[in-house]
Design a protein. Structure first.
Length: 387
């Protein structure tokens, strides 16, 4: 603190000394133009003396300016008091300075001037100097306040960004948490239906379910390699297919080159579940569930289609063709859309295209993962169920 004050005082003294030297140089130039000569001390003493007086005055003026600024908050009366305070202080400093200089000047170069003469010569310069100190003090205060507001705004922006990031993260985790029990409860219901009639099949389903749950709860990454997601979906579909025996055939047609493309975790599972619930369950005829993937216009396009492939009676009336829909049929599809919006904004989409005997879910995502969302490698457990 003391060092800072010393540096500040030295800076003030240096600036005023430079100002005094400039005035002295101007006086010297005028004397040369008129052909007059004076001793160097007579040229330097008046401007430097006045400058050094103001070097002493500057801390007083700065402190007074900061105190008088508070009066302005009181309205017109406060402004009047502020102006009166500045006038009184400026007058006092000028009287003290001119009186002191009238007494000191004869000791320096022998020039004797009355107080009134010194005051008349210096009033304009002293008034300008006082106004300059007040102006610079106000400007420095305003600049400091502006920088502080800028820092506060930047800090608030960073805080808002961090809060938004945490909110998005929490929202994603909440959506994924809804998907996991949704998947678990549905699968356990299937096991419950088989545990007495077909215990071996129920045992196999529970084994595969345990395998999938280890993957489901082992990591919190929001995006995974497509190959990992396909292996997870294949294992999940095999669990569902046991219930329908020979009524469903699952095919996966995704080039190996796309298996490394990052996709949202649990993005395909709700689509496959939707195909079984609204396709396979409603038919007695054989149903093909097909998963296909390709890259189109810089986006990964995944299609999950359930298609009737054999003649048979419908358990529910066939659906008439309608336009592609962005609406969801349940928790899984609704949450998948919300996760897509949270992860990719408007760069990803999920649509359903219904036709008589066929429904296709189309998932489009960018081929690159969202910023700051790392993918996780494929699990060794799921390698066991890869085709």
């Amino acid at each position: 603190m003391l060092r800072r004050r010393a540096l500040r005082a030295a800076a003030v003294f240096g600036v005023w000394t430079l100002f005094g030297l400039l005035i002295a140089e101007q006086t010297s130039l005028q004397l040369r133009l008129r052909g007059e000569t004076r001793p160097l001390v007579s040229v330097l003493a008046p401007p430097l003396g006045g400058a050094w007086f103001w070097a002493l005055y500057t801390p007083i003026v700065v402190a007074a300016t900061r105190r008088l600024r508070r009066l302005r908050a009181r309205g017109p009366a406060g402004w009047a008091a502020c102006v009166a305070g500045h006038v009184a202080l400026a007058g006092t400093l000028m009287v003290v300075g001119t009186t002191a200089w009238a007494w000191i000047r004869p000791l320096i170069d022998g020039v004797v001037s009355g107080w009134t003469t010194v005051f008349a010569y210096s009033i304009l310069m002293d008034t300008t100097s006082y106004a300059a100190v007040v102006f610079l003090t106000e400007a420095a205060t305003f600049a400091a306040a502006y920088r502080e507001r800028d820092r506060e705004a930047a800090s608030l922006a960073r805080t808002a960004a961090e809060l938004q990031e945490r909110l998005d993260e929490a929202r994603l985790h909440a959506l994924e948490a809804q998907l996991r029990p949704h998947f678990l409860y549905n699968t356990l219901n299937l096991v419950a239906e088989l545990v007495h009639a077909e215990p071996d099949a129920a045992d196999a389903m529970l084994t595969r379910l345990g395998l999938l749950l280890r993957r489901s709860y082992r990591a919190s990454a929001h995006v995974v390699p497509l190959g990992d997601e396909l292996a997870f979906v294949r294992a999940y579909a095999e669990i569902l297919a046991r219930r329908y025996r020979d009524r469903v055939a699952l095919t996966v047609d995704v080039p190996d080159a796309l298996h490394a493309v990052p996709v949202p975790a649990f993005a395909l599972q709700p689509l496959v579940e939707n195909a079984f619930r609204h396709g396979v369950e409603r038919r007695e005829s054989r149903t093909a569930v097909e998963i296909a993937g390709t890259v189109r216009d810089g986006a990964l396009v995944l299609r999950v289609t359930d298609r009737a492939t054999g003649a048979g009676r419908w358990e529910t009336p066939p659906r008439r063709r309608r336009a592609p829909s962005d609406g969801g049929d349940g928790v899984g599809l609704r949450n998948t859309r919300e996760r897509l919006r949270a992860l990719y904004g408007g760069a990803a989409s999920l649509t359903l295209d219904h036709d008589v005997g066929e429904t296709t879910a189309v998932l489009r995502v960018p081929t690159t993962a969202p910023a700051d969302l790392p993918t996780i490698p494929a699990t060794r457990e799921l390698a066991e169920v890869r085709p």
